[in-house]
Each structure stands twice: as C-alpha cells, then as structure tokens.
Design a protein around this ligand. Structure first.
Ligand code: MLT
Ligand code: ZN
Length: 476
C-alpha cells in the first residue's frame, strides 16, 4: 500500500536533480492551482508538482517514486469533471504534470498522422493539423487547455463523436511510462497492425491508473471544404430527435455535430457569459445546434441545411432557426453551447450526470429523469444538454433557487442514483465521456461488478502491483 506520510526531502532532492528547478514546484502558492479540480469539488494536498521536460526525465522520476513507494497523480489540463487529476488530502501523493512535454514530433499529411507529446493542448494540435490542410476531428469545450495526454487518458468524446468516434478511435500508437519507470514505445503509425493484445487501447481510458501516456500518434482526417452551422429552437427533445432523423436521412455523412441544449441552460449562458446573445427571435424550451461539414468541393451545405430546416419548419418540428452567415456567427453560435458548463458553474452548485443512452431513447430518458429528480427535490433545476447525436446527455442539475450549495451537494449521491436508475432502464451508461475519476468509483461494483470488475482489478494488480498510479481513481 502507498505510504501515507509526505515524501521525504531526499526524494524531492533526487527528483530536482532529474528535472531541475524549473521542473519542480514545491511552494504551496505555486502548487495550489494543481491540487483543486475545475469544479471545486476536491481540495487535495501535495508537497510537489513535478514537470518533466522529456519522456526520459519523466521515466526517471517515476522510477524514483516507485523505489520509494510514493504515489503519483498524473495531470494534464486539470479539467476533469470527476476529480480524476487531483491528489487526495493526505499530502503523500505527488502530482506529475505533462505540461512541459509539449512538442509536436511529426505531422505527415500523406500518412495523415500526427505524432505529438502529451502536454500539447488539443487546440494547438487542431491548429497544427489545419496548417497542413488536415483535420484532427476531436472537439471538446475545454480544448483550449485540455492536453492530449489527459484527453486520451479519459477517452474524451465531445462534439464530433457522431461522425468520427471518440478519442480512442483516433489513436494509432502510444508511448507510455509504466509504473516502474519503463518506457513502452508503441508509437507505430500503421492503419493495420494485428500483433497480439492491443495495449494502446488498454491505456486509453485508464485515467492514469496504469501508467502515464507521454506521446501519441493520432489519425487525421481530410480538412472540410465547407462547414455550415444552424441554431434551431425546438419544443422538446422529441422534436430534436425528429430533426436528427431528418438530417440522417438526407445526408448522414455530413453531420458533424448535433447538440441539444435546454432553455434553462441557455438562460444561464445568456445571463453569465459576457457577449452571449441568442440569435433567434424568441426563447425556446430546447435548442439544437447542428453542424454539417464535408471535404467535398461545391457541396453547397448551406442549401442542404436550408432544405432540411424548411421541411422541419413546415412539419412543426422546428419553430425558429438561424444559419450562420460568417465564421464569426458560427463561432458565436458554438459559444452558446460551449459555455454551458462555465455558465452553470457561475449560476451555482451543480450535480453532473454524464450519461449515455441509445440515441432513440434520449427524449424518453430526459422526461423520466426529469420527473425522478423533481420528485426527489422540488424546485431542482434540470439542465440537460450535450451530444444528442451520439446519445451522450449531460443530465446536469442546479440547486433550487435559494438553496445553499453545501446542502445541495450533500444530496449528490441520492440524485445521481435516481438518474442512474433511469439510465439503467434504457440500457445506458453511468459514465459516457468524463470517466470515473474520484467521483464515481463507488458506482463500479453495481454497474461493472462480477467478472468485469474482477478482470479490471487483475489488470491493475498486474501492471501496477504497488498501487502507486493515480490511487483512488476508477476502481473502488
Ligand atoms: C461539455 O460537453 O460541455 C462538457 O462535457 C459537459 C459538462 O460540463 O457536463
Ligand atoms: Zn460533453
């Protein structure tokens, strides 16, 4: 078991000798930003944040920690919604930040591959791909600060899953530092490579509990030649589903994103996010953001959008819609969606249920989960939004007006359990894209118990027998 005493000065000196002064933060004023999670749910402690500059340095640090049985919490952009990247409160865990591993090693526009280090932000990776006329087809609200290592460690999903799949679908190769400090170089960039167990997929989604991803080879896609975005007001999730099926029937290959928002969530964005403006005449109970894109020239996607929306307006599925006429308008519409989490945070405390159900069941799920939460806590504000096109709804709840944050958050298990009961009735998942982190390990026995959890525990014990990698995360 990991030692619970703070790491000895001798260990920190040995680490300093590897990473230098620049790579080691020990002052609590400097480490504070690394010990608290984005949602302010957890305030951990640590005696050091280590920021290695190379994979070799990182491996030597891990070897020193292994030799002294010191637990490590790997951290990228620290955007976890489930407390996956912060240490516990006992001060014994060291944070290992990938921020300085931030080089793009190679971009090959013929092979359509991008080889990059864990600390490159998703935004920087997208930009590098675009400069070579390629697309890195992964987009999440926190892409400005999210780092590739963390994105892969949680198998992030985001806005384009409906078309391109999740982060794991883009990974061709990985470089990983194992819990004993060994570097596994699996940076192959092959489209076909059936050579035994697929180890890279074991590390993707393992949330830093099996090793630390230090570099990756990602698959790129052709850059779109046209992108068209619309914001639509709809009466209900049923109407949103009807609109989705219309787009799928018309041209499924061009649907890049199909995002649902509620009137409550939109009102938070309009209230709290400077510059946010609703580009529709009237407010609506629900909204859909649909984005079409294609690498084909002269596809006239605007015409496709107009055509499908006209039919949906005539059928009463949509009551109002606006199509972005410029890049600035497109960005403004996306901002209304991407700022949902930030706006919700500014509104007050929130309980998040990052769940998925089959796409066809999204409306029924939202109706039943809403009724269950309102029965449990009258006045609770339901804020469902997210990636309707792939069935991933952020079924978030905001405290009743006038209720205290602490009072509300103390009831999080009761509320999450009530939502999960509905998720289960639709054969869904209690964790779609944010992972398990520190918030949800208690749910694992119920949802993944028996052979599945036992196998996960055996894998963990085989790769990290001392339990030093991100303790307390994922597994109960
Ligand atoms: C998003 O899609 O904006 C985030 O994953 C959702 C959240 O904050 O729950
Ligand atoms: Zn999301």
């Amino acid at each position: 078991m990991p030692d619970t005493a703070p790491p000895a000065a001798a260990l920190l000196n040995a680490i300093r000798a590897v990473v230098g002064d620049r790579g080691l933060l020990t002052d609590s004023a400097d480490t504070a930003a690394y010990t608290e999670d984005w949602r302010h749910l957890y305030q951990g402690r640590t005696s050091a944040v280590i920021r290695p500059g190379t994979t070799q340095e990182l491996s030597e640090v891990v070897r020193l920690c292994a030799a002294s049985a010191t637990p490590i919490v790997p951290q990228g952009g620290n955007n976890s919604m489930v407390g996956g990247a912060v240490p516990n409160e006992n001060g014994a865990e060291l944070i290992l930040s990938t921020a300085r591993l931030n080089r793009i090693r190679d971009l090959d526009p013929v092979d359509m591959t991008l080889t990059l280090e864990a600390g490159v932000t998703l935004k920087a990776a997208q930009t590098a791909a675009a400069e070579q006329n390629c697309l890195l087809p992964l987009s999440i609200s926190s892409e400005g600060t999210a780092q590739i290592g963390g994105v892969l460690a949680v198998n992030a999903g985001g806005n384009n899953t409906v078309r391109y799949g999740n982060a794991r679908d883009l990974v061709l190769g990985l470089e990983v530092v194992l819990p004993d400090g060994t570097i596994w170089n699996g940076l192959r960039r092959l489209r076909k490579d059936n050579t035994g167990y697929c180890l890279r997929q074991l590390f993707v989604g393992s949330e830093g509990t099996l090793g630390i991803i230090t570099a990756a080879v990602l698959k790129l896609a052709p850059q779109p030649k046209e992108i068209a975005v619309a914001l639509c007001g709809v009466a209900s999730p049923e109407a949103a589903l009807d609109l989705f099926t219309r787009f799928q029937a018309h041209d499924p290959a061009s649907v890049n994103a199909f995002e649902l928002m509620s009137g409550t969530g939109m009102s938070f964005v309009l209230r709290h996010i400077p510059g946010a403006v609703l580009p529709l005449e009237d407010e609506s109970p629900f909204y859909v953001l649909v984005e079409l894109a294609t690498p084909r020239p002269n596809a006239n996607l605007r015409h496709v959008l107009e055509h499908v929306l006209e039919q949906a307006l005539a059928a009463g599925t949509v009551h109002d819609a606006v199509i972005a006429a410029s890049e600035a308008q497109r960005a403004a519409i996306w901002k209304l969606r991407e700022e949902h989490s930030e706006a919700q945070k500014r509104e007050g405390a929130s309980i998040k249920n990052d769940v998925s159900v089959p796409v066809s069941k999204v409306p029924a799920f939202i109706a039943r989960a809403t009724a269950a939460c309102e029965a449990l806590m009258p006045g609770i504000r339901v804020v469902p939004f997210g990636h309707m096109g792939d069935g991933n709804i952020h079924f978030n709840l905001e405290q009743p007006a006038g209720a205290g944050a602490a009072w509300f958050l103390a009831r999080d298990h009761a509320i999450m359990d009530a939502v999960n009961e509905v998720v289960r009735a639709f054969d869904g998942s209690f964790s779609a894209e944010h992972g398990i982190g520190r918030l949800k390990p208690y749910m694992m026995p119920d949802w993944r118990g028996g052979a599945e959890l036992a196998l996960m525990q055996r894998i963990k014990a085989a790769i990290d027998p001392a339990g030093l990698m991100n303790p307390g995360k994922v597994l109960p």
